[in-house]
Unconditional design. Structure first.
Length: 266
């Protein structure tokens, strides 16, 4: 199986045109040689030096990430800088990189579907029933719990050291919404309100956003951006099955053990 075979499958499974406008030039095959034979594959939320060294140690010459490595444009590649050093090592070890970001967030079986499933949402709903560009929110009903009970469940489900919560801890929660990563813009919160959510779960909640939610009576639970990594726990089986069936690929596909979102709550 060549890198271009993996690229073809992922391009079709998670179309780049479903990525946000700001994102479309940052996803897909970002670094490497599409005609290279794939040895093993490493899956990771991000690419950093520790993840790259993990790939090298496991003889993985293809890394698949959620977050783009070259998200911000660079004009110079200097080997004594963080990104320059990583690019140098990738070239020396003939390692390719494929990234799926907002196109993976919105996809069926993508990030937000997986997070909703992990939280026990019944009959997961999407606005207009369309898994399409910019349509991130997944929502639906759960067994009724208090906000405090839900927050503790979220913390346990995503293996977090803590969460931040907005709202009356005794409030009864029946309908929840979730968006992984940075989903606390006022437009995201308004979508959750329109869909009848009692509580909205996402990351990177700024003060003005939680004030907006509070005004409309929407409870919030803030989680780490890095909960998006759980998508690979589900996708790894799909990749193994599909790559074996399509390309007779029997080598290793590995989820890195490197934690790239290291912030904890004390």
């Amino acid at each position: 199986m060549l890198v271009k075979d993996v690229k073809k499958y992922l391009d079709e499974r998670f179309p780049i045109e479903n990525a946000c406008e700001f994102d479309q030039n940052c996803v897909g095959l970002c670094v490497g040689n599409e005609n290279c034979e794939v040895s093993n594959i490493l899956l990771s939320l991000d690419l950093n030096l520790d993840v790259l060294n993990d790939a090298i140690s496991k003889n993985c010459n293809l890394i698949i990430t959620h977050h783009p490595f070259l998200f911000n444009h660079i004009q110079k590649v200097l080997f004594n800088t963080e990104k320059g050093h990583i690019i140098e090592l990738m070239a020396k070890n003939n390692i390719s990189l494929y990234s799926m970001h907002t196109n993976l967030d919105v996809a069926k079986g993508g990030v937000n579907d997986i997070l909703a499933d992990m939280l026990g949402i019944k009959d997961i709903k999407i606005i207009n029933n369309e898994a399409s560009k910019d349509n991130f929110l997944r929502y639906g009903n759960i067994n009724e719990v208090s906000l405090k009970e839900l927050a503790l469940k979220v913390k346990d489900t995503f293996k977090l050291s803590g969460v931040r919560v907005l709202g009356d801890l005794d409030k009864k929660i029946r309908t929840i919404g979730v968006v992984g990563g940075s989903g606390a813009h006022n437009s995201d919160i308004y979508n959750a309100i329109k869909c009848g959510c009692d509580c909205y779960i996402t990351g990177e909640v700024h003060l003005n956003n939680n004030q907006f939610a509070d005004y409309y009576g929407l409870s919030l639970i803030e989680v780490n951006h890095g909960v998006e990594k759980f998508v690979f726990n589900y996708l790894i089986k799909e990749f193994k099955d599909k790559f074996k069936k399509l390309y007779n690929f029997n080598n290793e596909i590995i989820i890195t053990s490197i934690e790239t979102d290291k912030m904890i709550t004390l």
